[in-house]
Design a protein around this ligand. Structure first.
Ligand SMILES: [Zn+2]
Length: 279
C-alpha cells in the first residue's frame, strides 16, 4: 500500500471494485516527491513515476527473494546505483541483473541526479505504523488517527458539486439572496417531522410531481390544478398562486398576526425557500 501507483499503469487486470479501492487510496496518498529522503523511500515496484514503456514494473524474485523494494535498496552509501549491499549479495543471474539495470534506467533522471554528491543516511525499511500518512484538509495525518468518518468527509469534499437545481432556481429568482446552507438546514431546525423534512427536500430539488409534470409523462389526462381546475398545476401555482392555496395562506397569516400581534407577509420566495426574517 506504500507504492506510489497509478491503476492505469499497473501491468495487471483487476476487477472494478479493487480498481476503485486502489484509485481512492492513490488519490488520497498523492504526494509529490521532492527531497532526497522521499526518493530513497519510494517503492520501486508499481510506481507511477518509474515506468518502462508506459507501464510500472514488478519483479517478484527481486522483490521477495532479494528484498529490493525501495529506491534506497539499490543505492550504496556512496550513492552508487546497483552498488548497495543488497544488490551485491543477491547473487543475481545475468538476466536478473539486466532486469535490475532496466529498473534503474526507468527511475526518473531527476531522481537519479538528486542523489549525486549527497550522503544522507536513509533507513531503507522505516516501516512503522504511522508511516502511512494521508492528507486531510491539507494536513498530513497518520492513518491510525483517521476514522472512516473523517475519510468519508475528505472524499466527499473533493467531489462535492452544488446541485444543478440551484442554478435553475437562481435563473428563475435572480434576486434570491439567501444562503443555500441556511435554506437546506431550515427544515431540520424548525421541525422533527420526517414527512415535512422530506417534503422540503423534494421541493428544493424540484421533484414534486405536480400535474404539469405528470401530464408531460402522459400519466394524467390534464395539466390542470387538482384544486381549482382552472390553471396549470405548476409548483408555484400549487404552493402559492392557486386560489385554494391563497385562502390557506390568508388564514394562516391572520392566525400568525393574532399570535404575534403584528402583520406578517409572505411572498412566493418565502413559501418556496423559507422565511428567515421572523422570530
Ligand atoms: Zn389551483
Amino acid at each position: 500500500m506504500q507504492c506510489h501507483f497509478d491503476c492505469r499503469n499497473l501491468p495487471i487486470f483487476m476487477p472494478g471494485f479493487y480498481k476503485d479501492c486502489l484509485d481512492a487510496w492513490s488519490s488520497l496518498t498523492r504526494k509529490e516527491v521532492f527531497s532526497y529522503e522521499d526518493i530513497m523511500n519510494q517503492f520501486v515496484w508499481n510506481n507511477k513515476y518509474i515506468l518502462s514503456r508506459g507501464k510500472s514494473l514488478y519483479h517478484a524474485f527481486l522483490h521477495n527473494t532479494c528484498g529490493i523494494s525501495k529506491v534506497g535498496d539499490l543505492v550504496s552509501k556512496d550513492n552508487i546505483f546497483l552498488g548497495s549491499e543488497k544488490v551485491l549479495n543477491a547473487k543475481l543471474t545475468l538476466s536478473q541483473y539486466f532486469h535490475l539495470m532496466g529498473v534503474v534506467s526507468a527511475i526518473p533522471i531527476e531522481w537519479r541526479s538528486t542523489n549525486k554528491g549527497k550522503s544522507v543516511h536513509v533507513d531503507p525499511h522505516p516501516f512503522i505504523e504511522n508511516s502511512f500518512r494521508v492528507p486531510i484538509r491539507g494536513e498530513m495525518f497518520a492513518l491510525s488517527r483517521v476514522s472512516s468518518r473523517i475519510l468519508y468527509g475528505e472524499f466527499r469534499s473533493r467531489k462535492e458539486m452544488p446541485p444543478a437545481v440551484q442554478a435553475k432556481f437562481k435563473e428563475e429568482y435572480p434576486s434570491l439572496s439567501i444562503d443555500w446552507k441556511e435554506i437546506y438546514s431550515l427544515a431540520f431546525n424548525v421541525t422533527l417531522d420526517t414527512t415535512l423534512r422530506v417534503f422540503q427536500y423534494k421541493l428544493l430539488n424540484r421533484i414534486i410531481f405536480t400535474n404539469d409534470k405528470l401530464f408531460k409523462f402522459k400519466l394524467v389526462d390534464s395539466p390542470s390544478c387538482t384544486f381549482c381546475k382552472t390553471n396549470e398545476e405548476s409548483l408555484e401555482h400549487l404552493l402559492f398562486f392557486c386560489k385554494i392555496t391563497e385562502f390557506f395562506w390568508k388564514e394562516m397569516l391572520s392566525w400568525l398576526a393574532i399570535l404575534k400581534n403584528e402583520r406578517v407577509d409572505f411572498s412566493l420566495v418565502d413559501v418556496l425557500f423559507g422565511k428567515f426574517d421572523i422570530d
